[in-house]
Design a protein around this ligand. Structure first.
Ligand SMILES: [Zn+2]
Length: 459
């Protein structure tokens, strides 16, 4: 077996890896590079191999940095089958269409401004067409994807439908096994089943996002959120939560429902202001088989996990604008995870100057984003070219992270201590990769490598 990583090699976006077995080529993920516009656009347009050379594809989960370029593959001649869990396929139908629509809007805006731009990477029609290539494979079901190559998906506990892939192949009469971690989730996260722990393989390709640090324990999540909601309510303020549409928003609503049920917070209106989040939540409702026992028990007792006592999912712009005129305490969860685009910017602009309000940050905020400036509690922030005083309270909850922390990554890696000839690390910044490499080597793993983009590794 031979492995080549074409993306997420010494970086955290653009996952794409090709495994060669018996002269056949299997593609794992084909994600979008994200970052500064011009740089990432050039990288996204440059396909690293001929799409028709791929014999089968395995897609680990629906996050855009893992799935976001799949429609472009189809447009450029890819004709193989894409194997994914049913939830991943359904989420892709929504997430990829949203990505195509954003690109169309961007292209139109740039054209209007007279800026040179080659056009969107793909269009909605490309999304509809590529969806025909998907084959849905449930967790724990062993399936032959090409002659003598079998894969089994196991729950990765990262987002709905996310999978760790176990691959078995016969090469030169010898049986070989390979694990692709995708993104690994965390134990005890709301909604999802805990990540699968493998019992070894001949080789492993694993993520390293938090290879150098651990998160705050999940156990404090409900208590922290209850304190923040109650304190803001007693001040007569609103809680504004910037959130990503996939997973984080559903988790926040679910935790609010649990707190309400336990009478740990007052029952106040919750507004989920994002058409994409509303659509993604519908997909969650279709895949209750992906939920953990705690969520199933809550559904038995209290019904829909995404329906609090007063909740409204807002699609229409007019209804979103109408939220500005509401003055009673409420929770607004809005799209735009890093506050750089989306409806969240309007809510921050309208609420940041009132000290009764709270801006609650539940996700990572990259450098040079409005979200990061809020985390840094700058006294003044600029939105749509206008400066506002940041008088609202700023609270940060890291416990919602969907990625395994350092200790969990080491536990995952240790599963391969006695079996793997080679471990390959991807999906991390340099510090995280190096820290995980040295930790796993110390744990006794034989050959721990950091993948270099485009450089083949013999497994
Ligand atoms: Zn992910």
């Amino acid at each position: 077996m031979k492995l080549t990583c074409y993306g997420a090699a010494e970086e955290v976006t653009g996952s794409k890896h090709v495994l060669e077995v018996n002269g056949k080529r299997i593609l794992f993920d084909f994600g979008l590079f994200q970052g500064r516009r011009n740089e990432s656009d050039a990288k996204n347009r440059r396909l690293p191999f001929e799409p028709h050379s791929i014999d089968a594809m395995v897609l680990s989960h629906a996050h855009i940095d893992h799935s976001g370029l799949v429609p472009l593959l189809g447009r450029e001649g890819f004709r193989a089958r894409i194997y994914a869990t049913p939830a991943t396929r359904d989420l892709c139908a929504i997430m990829l269409l949203d990505s195509a629509n954003i690109q169309m809007k961007d292209a139109a805006w740039l054209a209007k401004k007279g800026k040179s731009f080659i056009g969107p990477l793909y269009e909605p029609l490309d999304v509809h067409r590529i969806l025909r290539r998907f084959i849905c494979v449930p967790y724990e079901e062993r399936i032959e994807i090409i002659d003598d190559v079998f894969v089994t998906f196991h729950d990765a506990g990262h987002v709905l439908g996310s999978a760790i892939t176990y691959l078995e192949a016969t090469e030169g009469g010898e049986k070989k096994t390979f694990v692709f971690s995708g993104d690994i989730g965390r134990k005890n996260m709301p909604l999802l089943i805990d990540p699968w722990m493998p019992s070894g393989a001949d080789a492993v390709l694993m993520e390293s996002t938090y290879g150098n640090r651990d998160h705050k324990p999940i156990e404090s999540m409900e208590e922290d959120l209850a304190k923040i909601v109650t304190a803001t309510y007693h001040r007569g303020g609103k809680i504004i939560i910037p959130s990503f549409s996939l997973e984080r928003s559903q988790e926040v609503v679910y935790v609010i429902k649990r707190l309400e049920e336990a009478n740990l917070i007052p029952r106040i209106p919750v507004y989920v202001d994002s058409p994409l989040t509303a659509n993604v939540t519908e997909i969650f409702r279709l895949h209750t088989d992906c939920f953990d026992d705690e969520t199933s028990a809550l559904m038995e007792r209290a019904g829909d996990p995404f329906k609090t006592s007063h909740i409204e999912y807002i699609r229409e712009t007019e209804k979103s604008v109408r939220l500005n005129s509401k003055h009673e305490p409420c929770i607004i969860i809005a799209s735009g995870g890093m506050c750089e685009f989306g409806r969240i910017q309007h809510h921050i602009k309208n609420n940041c100057e009132d000290p009764r309000n709270t801006i609650l940050i539940v996700g990572f905020q990259a450098q040079h984003t409005l979200g990061r400036r809020i985390v840094e509690r700058r006294p003044r922030i600029r939105i749509f070219g206008v400066e506002y005083a940041l008088n609202a309270e700023v609270q940060i909850m890291n416990s919602f992270s969907g990625h395994a922390g350092r200790s969990d990554l080491i536990d995952f890696g240790k599963c391969f201590k006695d079996s793997a000839r080679r471990a390959v690390l991807v999906h991390g910044e340099t510090d995280a990769l190096q820290a995980l490499q040295s930790a796993l080597t110390k744990e006794g793993l034989k050959d721990v490598l950091i993948a270099k983009a485009g450089k083949a590794i013999e497994l």
